[in-house]
Design a protein around this ligand. Structure first.
Ligand code: ADP
Ligand code: MG
Length: 475
């Protein structure tokens, strides 16, 4: 029986999968490709140097056990790192690194240091004329790792952020680029890294700045003819955090100066943390040489949080604000606001505000009204239950009456309106609408829709009903 790299690795994977968390398995083992098997050495290809370091740091024991079971005591593991060529050549190249040798080679362009003969520092954060070399970090202490809740959507970025905070400049996540859509926590995480570093290494110079402000400062510096001072100031930073680098798109002067600063910091083992609303591959009008720098380290994505994470973010927020809220309402908000954390927080804040201003209890109905304001712009589907509720409220009857078999005219009309709106606002079939509104068949629903159409073009009062209910349903 001949053994292939694949079959040996598959056996290792089975063992590993049984012994670690499913999410960790998915993140760290599924992307690995078994490449080659010699007598006692298995070569595996990993996507990046970061990946290799992470495996070595966290999973080396289990890898060893698994491999020894397969290949005996003399088993060896060889990592092949798929690296990006940093010179803009799309062809990836591979580099072999034995597991004992941790010094991976990184290609790097040599940069001419920007020597500034006069050591005087002009700090762009300080009013000109006042000499001040102490750099204020511009960090927001409210953004910490503690209140940045972990979930599948942010695990990689959060762990990498923590690793950077523990050892700024000392990991291969340099730069660390955090990317993701609006309101998903990029700014929060960027601050948290800085705050944590300041905490652990008070002597380090940390600076948080938005790319926009960085650009403004640079333009100022050019105007005042002190470009070199500007560069020099940034070169003394130990941890430079630049938020929203996509802002540099199309600004070639600022990109150029940032390129020099970046190279200087990187060569001197200083940490750079960047955030962006796009992945490097999708960034437009950013120079290639800068993009290739971004890819030197780790790009970690913040994705939209799943339901459980949304619930824990909400609970944490309520807990910190000292507010109690029924579980059912938290669930409702988390279920309906999915796209971003800022909106999630916004909804819960208005809910608290509404209830305390109006001395109203926080109810599901209030939650519904508020949540709908937040998700109004995103296309939503109202439920048939909700339509029945709105219609029966409008006619001041209860839902049971609406659904009953009675032939009283005003009840029949209410029922027909509910059917009509269910057809209009949901994707449900006629049969399904019928079965949900008083167990009628599809022909009845069809008839109801036609009747409502007819009546609203002939009967003024009836048209008013249709208009009023339409408004209520589209709040
Ligand atoms: P971005 O910069 O990506 O647009 P922010 O960092 O400004 O997003 O985050 C928006 C809001 O959501 C902030 O109030 C932030 O504290 C909160 N937030 C985002 N992610 C989390 C999380 N995982 N846990 C707790 N709060 C979060
Ligand atoms: Mg932001």
């Amino acid at each position: 029986m001949s053994r292939t790299a694949q079959s040996v690795w598959n056996n290792c994977l089975k063992f590993i999968q049984d012994n670690i968390q499913p999410q960790a398995y998915k993140t760290w083992f599924e992307p690995i490709i078994a490449v080659k098997l010699t007598e006692n050495a298995l070569s595996i290809q990993v996507p990046s140097k970061f990946f290799y370091e992470w495996l070595e740091e966290h999973y080396v024991k289990i890898l060893k056990v698994a491999l020894t079971k397969e290949l005996g005591e003399t088993a060896k593991l060889v990592y092949i790192i798929k690296m990006e060529n940093t010179y803009g050549n799309k062809q990836p190249f591979t580099e072999k690194i034995p597991s004992s040798n941790r010094t991976a080679v990184k290609s790097q362009e040599v940069d001419i240091p920007l020597n500034n003969k006069s050591p005087e520092l002009r700090n762009p954060f300080v009013i000109p004329g006042i000499r001040n070399v102490k750099v204020e970090s511009q960090l927001n202490p409210n953004y910490s790792f503690d209140n940045f809740l972990e979930g599948d959507s942010n695990r990689l970025a959060r762990s990498a952020g923590l690793a950077v905070a523990n050892k700024p400049g000392g990991t291969s996540f340099n730069p660390l680029l955090i990317f993701g859509g609006v309101g998903l926590g990029k700014t929060h995480l960027a601050h948290a890294i800085g705050v944590d570093i300041k905490d652990k290494y008070p002597e380090k110079t940390v600076l948080y700045i938005s790319a926009e402000k960085f650009t403004q400062q640079y333009i100022e510096a050019i105007k005042k003819n002190n470009r070199n001072d500007f560069i020099h100031f940034y070169q003394i930073i130990d941890v430079l955090i630049i938020d929203d680098v996509q802002f540099l798109s199309g600004k070639s002067g600022t990109q150029d100066v940032f390129f020099h600063i970046f190279n200087h910091l990187h060569q001197n083992g200083k940490q750079v943390v960047l955030t962006s609303d796009k992945a490097p591959v999708d960034m437009q009008d950013i120079e290639q040489r800068l993009l290739s720098r971004f890819k030197w380290g780790l790009s970690a994505e913040l994705q939209t949080p799943d339901f459980e994470t949304r619930v824990s973010i909400l609970k944490n927020k309520l807990y910190r604000d000292g507010v109690e809220m029924p579980e059912e309402i938290i669930d409702y908000v988390a279920k309906n606001i999915k796209s971003n954390v800022r909106e999630l927080e916004g909804a819960i804040i208005s809910l608290i505000a509404q209830s305390s201003f109006n001395k109203k209890e926080i109810t599901i109905d209030l939650a519904r009204v508020i949540v709908e304001k937040f998700v109004k712009n995103t296309k939503r589907e109202v439920s048939i239950d909700y339509i029945q509720k709105v219609v029966s409220d409008y006619f001041q009857m209860d839902i049971d009456t609406l659904q009953s078999k009675t032939r009283k005219r005003h009840i029949v009309q209410a029922r027909q309106l509910a059917m009509f709106f269910a057809k209009k606002f949901t994707k449900a079939s006629l049969a399904s609408i019928g079965s949900q509104i008083g167990k009628r068949d599809h022909a009845t629903v069809l008839h109801a829709c036609k009747t409502v159409d007819n009546l609203s073009s002939t009967d003024k009062q009836f048209r008013k009903y249709v208009e009023d209910i339409t408004k209520k349903l589209s709040v």
